[in-house]
Structures are given as C-alpha cells and as structure tokens.
Design a protein around this ligand. Sequence first.
Ligand code: DGT
Ligand code: CA
Ligand code: ZN
Length: 579
Amino acid sequence: MRNKEVADIFRKIAALLEIKGDNPYRIRAYQRAAQNIEALTVDVEELAAKGKLERIPGIGKDLAQKIIEILETGTLQKYEELKQEIPPELLKFLEIPGFGPKKAKIVYETLGIKTIEELEKACLEHRLSRLPGFGPKTEQNILKGIKLLKQKRGRLPIGLVLPWAEEIVALLKKKSPVERIDVAGSIRRRRETVKDIDILVTAKDHLKVMDVFVSLPMIDEVIAKGETKTSVRLKQGIQVDLRVLDPECYGAALAYFTGSKAHNIRIRELGVQRGLKINEYGIFRGQERIGGKEEEEVFAAVGLPWIPPELREDRGEIEAALEGRLPQIVAYDEVIGDSHVHSKFSDGSASIEEIAAYARKLGLKWVGIVDHSQGLKVAGGVPIEKITEKKRAIEDFNKRSKDVKLLCGTEVDILGDGSLDYPDEVLKEFDLVIASIHSGFKQGEENITARLVAAMKNPYVHCIGHPTGRLLGEREPYPVDMEVLIKTARETKTALEINAYYKRLDLNDINTRAAKEAGVKLLIGSDAHILDQMNFLPLGTAVARRGWCEKKDILNTLSYREFKKHLQEITSWKLKQKP
Ligand code: DGT
Ligand code: CA
Ligand code: ZN
C-alpha cells in the first residue's frame, strides 16, 4: 500500500506552505487529505484505479489528480517546486511534535540552525529564549518534542503496520508456494507500536518464496536475501524479515519469534528446570528433539496451556498459567458494538445510515453515534437545537432496521473547570454519554484529575473518553492520577474507554488491566470520523486482551438491548446516590 507515501507528500506540502505563510484553508486541505489517506485501510492505488479517489473525505478533483500524479511519478511537481523555494532541512524540524513551521523558520534564519542535534544543543544553551516569540517554555517544549521524536523513530503505530503486514501475507499466499504463514513478533502480540514486521513461513521451494517476496510492489530495498531469511525495507520505511522454516520446528520458531523476549526467557527457564532445552529450533532432551512442530507443544512441554500472544509479556501470565488461572480473555468476535463513532451531525463524514450499513459489513450489531458537543466549534459540535432532529433520525432508523441498531449519544466536552458542555436536562436526552477532555491539556495533574472526577460524578455520564488524551508519537498523555481515576470510576460505576483509533489506544494495556482489576467496566470505541476508521475497532479489543479483560469486563459484548438497559441502570443508580 502506498497510502503513507502519498500522505507524507501532502503533509510535507502543507508544512512547506505553512512556512511560506500560504492560505490557511489550502494548508488545512492538504493536512486533512494526508490524515484521511493515511488512516484508510484500503489501498489508495486501488481507489485510483477504480476512479474512486473522490470518495475519500476531503479529496476533490484537484487533490485526486495530485494523488494520481504521485502514484504515477513518485512525486509531485508542486512539491518539487516548493522544495526549491524552501530549504529542505527545515522539513526535518517539522517532524518534532509541537514545533511549528513559523518557529522553525525563525530558528533557521536567525541562528542558522540546520539539524535537530544543533537545535537540541541551542535549547540546552538557552540560545532560543532570546528570539522574538520564544521563551524558556518554548525551549522546554522543543526539548520534549525532540525526546518524543527520538522515541518514535523506528516505531510505528500498529494500526498502520498491521494492514501492510496483512497485505504482504495475502500476496505471498497468492503468488508463492507458502504452506504455513504467520506474522510473529510484536504485531502478533498486538503491541501498540512496532519496530518491524516478522513473517514466518514453511515452503518446499524456499527460493521461489524469496524471489516472490523481494519482488513485491511495496518493497523499496532488499537489505539481505538468503535461502532461509530475507530482509527488506518497505516504501513506508519499515523493515520486514521473512523466515522460511522447516515444518518440524515451525511451532517452536513461532513461539520464539512471537516473543516477547522476557516471556521467552521465562519459558526457557521452565524448560531448564525440567531438563529441556527450548529454542527456535524445537524442544530438546539432550540431543533428542522431542517436539516443536506446533506452538502448543512448547507450552505443553513446560506444563502450561497455550497462552494467547497478547498476554506474552511476562506480566504474570506464566504464573497464572501454572496455577490454572489464566483469564478467558475477550474474543475479537465477542465485541459486537462500536461505542464511539462521529456522524455528519458533527465532524464525521458519514450519515447515520451509512454508518449502520458499514457496521453491518463489519459484523457489528450496534453503534453509538456520539457527536461532539456544542462548544467544540472546530469539530462541528452539535448545538442544542439540533439534538431533537438527531434523536428523531436515530429513532426512525432503529424502527426500520432489524439487525443493526444505533444509540443516540454525545461525546460531551469536559470544560476547563470540570463542568460539561451541555446542561443536565440536555444530557439526559441521550442514550449514551461519553465525557472527554479536548482542551486545557497543560493544566497540572491535580486540575485535570479533578475535571475527570467531576465529570464521572455527573449522573448522566456513562463513560470517560480517551482518558489520558495521548496521541502516539505526537502528544504525551496529559497528567492524570490514574489511581484516583480508576477508583472514582469504580465508585461512580462510570466506564472507561479504550479508544481504538490507531493513534490513541487509550487507556493503554497496563491501565486497562488496572481498571479491570478494580472492577471497572470498559467500553471500546473506534472514534471513527470516516467509515473506514471503524476498522480500527479490533485494535481496541487487542488492548482489552493485553489488559487481561474477559467478556464480562467489556460492555461492547452486550446486546443492544442489554447495553441500553445497562446505561439506564448506571444513570438511575447514580441519581439515587445524590445527597
Ligand atoms: P519490536 O520488533 O521491537 O516491535 O518487538 P518484537 O517483540 O517483535 O522484537 P524483535 O522483532 O526484535 O524480535 C522478535 C522476537 O524474537 C522477540 O519478541 C523475541 C525473540 N527474540 C529476539 N531476540 C531475542 C533474544 O535475544 N532472546 C530471546 N529469548 N528471544 C529473542
Ligand atoms: Ca518485531
Ligand atoms: Zn474525543
């Protein structure tokens, strides 16, 4: 898929235009296009071939033409021209989260700083605070941004990488004589970010598989080609290692290369205690191989049941398995509702009918249509006068629809003082109320926690949305006292969200597990603003699984009727608690 390649060029154009001080609407158009293309799970090239590019929100005739130009020539005339006008070094600065193009330009022009290393040094020496519009705070922010960039380098969100990995698997299955094939490593464990793609296969004709692999269209560079292992780099920049294995040791290799390393070490130690040697080639007693064809054999050899990959982090899963108390973690197909989708009523691009039809395609039974609240003007927040119209449209739809049902909801903004962006008499009209913070991220931990606590105490609030507000590789979580958040959630019977949007995945696995252990219910929502983004929902389920959640912990496993009843019960219970 070349989606990221196209998105990157659009994003760079937006940045270059911003440096130039171009028309903000044009800049916004490129940014929006980049975002929507990057978040597609279908191939932009395929859409282009079918002449359907203009179906992507934010893509009109002009941008569609530009996408075709990129796909055909690998670049864009306009982009090449802009690069002539503006020093390309500046673009590297723009990768620093929170460091905008205007400041980048000033730093470049007045101090002659050309590299990120020089920039870091200048901040540490406080040479920036003297520039107009800069201060010690700016320097701190830039340093933070550089730190974030360094962490991000080399790791990408799983939501981007997983579709690439799946596409490679599909192509190898179609074009080469592979027999067994699996994606291993952090992707199989569904870690939130991944460094590379590890693929394992068995095949009689190793060489043919390798030949097909290195000639796949998404490959940019072959790093090393061998008979049993080949490494390549994709156009998106990420490395893929393909290993062709002997069928007799496939299970042992799958267990080994799935990791995590910490988990593997524990398994190997258990093996040693039993006089066994366990490695990627099999299970051995002395010189004799006693197993390794299937992954289960590795676990069985040390007295364990098969452990789902999402749990293999050495976070207590070995002990739990030994003691027979491994959780029955929620299955992907048990999640039958998406509780967080934006519709045309706010800043979503699809109508409620389109959302329901897409949900049906994904096998879902219900969707929470939670649009932004009135004050979030940039996100098309729904004014109070329009809520009745939305409610009626959803009721109408539900009468007509036999299978997929919708809930009329809101993602109400938690304001700076902890109050909500709709009054109670409006909130009580909704089936589902998710309260989220969208501003005031820089308030300290105490304030932010107090805002969340105040929201949870509201009887009409059912859930806290994206509870820490982080954006992977872009924005650190805002400071929240997680213990207080979870404790209050339990005391107020408020659910916490696992936001499945690929940059959020928030709560993360560790906090999800803490919430689950405290008896807090979780709600998984894709936060889709375009239909295609509803495909992110399973990433949220993956976080739930990594957080040891069982079916009973996840409200999205309830039927539409049960879920609605549960929400009503939360509110009536909360109302009774009021002094
Ligand atoms: P990543 O790639 O950083 O997102 O995370 P992983 O877990 O995919 O790590 P990677 O690709 O370096 O290695 C894949 C698996 O191979 C890893 O999860 C466990 C196994 N592995 C790699 N190196 C070692 C090692 O030194 N010892 C053991 N026991 N296992 C290893
Ligand atoms: Ca890996
Ligand atoms: Zn939100």
